[in-house]
Write a protein that binds this ligand. Structure first.
Ligand SMILES: Cc1cc2nc3c(=O)[nH]c(=O)nc-3n(C[C@H](O)[C@H](O)[C@H](O)COP(=O)(O)O)c2cc1C
Length: 136
């Protein structure tokens, strides 16, 4: 199975989460600044939110892709206040014609003292299990 991982990470949380997915998937994650040109079975995409929104770079990256070259998009992310960044990302990818997996992963991501320390070790372990189930 051909896999790729991209993220936008303002505070390093999605980057940390992408590393965990990368360990499981056996591929090196990269930020959305790294173009994806090859065909993949699963593209993992991760982000947090800032002022309630997923960064616009996620949409730009989605637009740079050919939906025919990506069999399935799997979303992950973290947030402190809103339930999850996944709904925003799902909308972006689905509107562009991608197949987005029903399953996704969300955990808390710190905003100062709010959910301080997250994503923590148990969040990352849960993410590891989530990714394993998809790629193995
Ligand atoms: C300055 C700042 C602003 C944030 N604003 C929001 C917000 O508006 N809503 C929310 O749910 N989470 C908010 N968060 C929490 C982030 O979404 C969370 O830390 C997430 O893990 C960041 O992921 P990233 O480092 O990959 O960008 C904020 C965090 C910080 C530090």
């Amino acid at each position: 199975m051909k896999l790729a991982i991209r993220y936008y990470s303002k505070f390093g949380h999605s980057a940390q989460m992408a590393e965990v997915v990368g360990e499981v998937a056996g591929v090196k994650p990269a930020s959305v600044d790294t173009p994806l040109t090859e065909e993949v079975d699963i593209l993992f995409i991760g982000a947090g939110v800032f002022l309630g929104k997923v960064n616009g770079r996620i949409k730009e990256f989605a637009r740079s892709l050919d939906p025919k070259k990506v069999k399935k998009v799997v979303l992950f992310g973290s947030s402190a206040l809103i339930e999850s960044p996944v709904a925003q990302m799902r909308k972006i990818f689905e509107e562009l014609g991608f197949t987005v997996a029903e399953e996704s992963f969300t955990c808390r991501g710190a905003m100062g003292p709010v959910h301080s320390g997250h994503p923590d070790a148990s969040d990352l372990q849960a993410l590891r299990e989530f990714a394993k189930a998809l790629v193995h």
